[in-house]
Design a protein around this ligand. Structure first.
Ligand code: GNR
Ligand code: NI
Length: 172
């Protein structure tokens, strides 16, 4: 088990469309274990495989982390089968877009199908933070970051701030 480095925008690898997983083999299981460890280490509530440089359709989530009770959920090849017409605005952040938070509007509730870590098909109905996070992670699988949902002006301000922070970090 190991914590893997998280890619930071504007890394071009974050724009890749991830490939479906054909079989949940030992290599995929190691990747999933590392993703869970990496998510907790970074104090995130979700992580997509592409954020650690593996463009496969896998994501992990744990949106209601309480001390001592970790309950990571694993989604392989997830598909949203239904989205509510009602939308909701939430403040979002991203481990690949550090220190930038902004409001994103998304469908309030969704239904999804996916394979769990055993390769068994599952269905999920989600709303609230779980729905937000699942949609945010599924965007990653398609090469989309939350800042791509912002106005052009807000996005360019966010990316400028990020580039500046990267430069400062390099110099220090
Ligand atoms: O840790 C995270 N927090 C978060 C907060 C609001 C909306 C989405 C997220 S996901 C983010 C982790 C991450 O970047 N996953 O891709
Ligand atoms: Ni993210």
């Amino acid at each position: 088990m190991s914590v893997r480095p998280i890619l930071i925008a504007p890394d071009p690898r974050l724009k890749l469309v991830s490939e479906p997983v054909a079989e949940v083999d030992a290599q995929i299981r190691t990747l999933i274990t590392d993703m869970i460890e990496t998510m907790y280490d970074a104090e995130g509530i979700g992580l997509a495989a592409v954020q650690v440089g593996v463009a496969k359709r896998i994501l992990v989530l744990d949106v209601d982390q309480k001390e001592g009770t970790r309950a990571p959920r694993v989604f392989i090849n997830p598909v949203i089968t239904w989205s509510s017409e009602d939308s909701e605005v939430m403040e979002e952040g991203c481990l690949s877009v550090p220190d930038i938070w902004d409001e994103v509007e998304r469908p309030k509730a969704i239904k999804a199908q996916y394979l769990d870590e055993h390769g068994v098909p599952q269905l999920l109905e989600a709303e609230g933070m779980l729905a937000v996070c699942l949609q945010h992670e599924m965007d990653h699988l398609n090469g989309v970051l939350f800042v791509d949902h912002l106005s052009k002006l807000k996005r360019s301000m966010a990316l400028k701030k990020l580039a500046k922070a990267k430069k400062l970090k390099k110099a220090s």
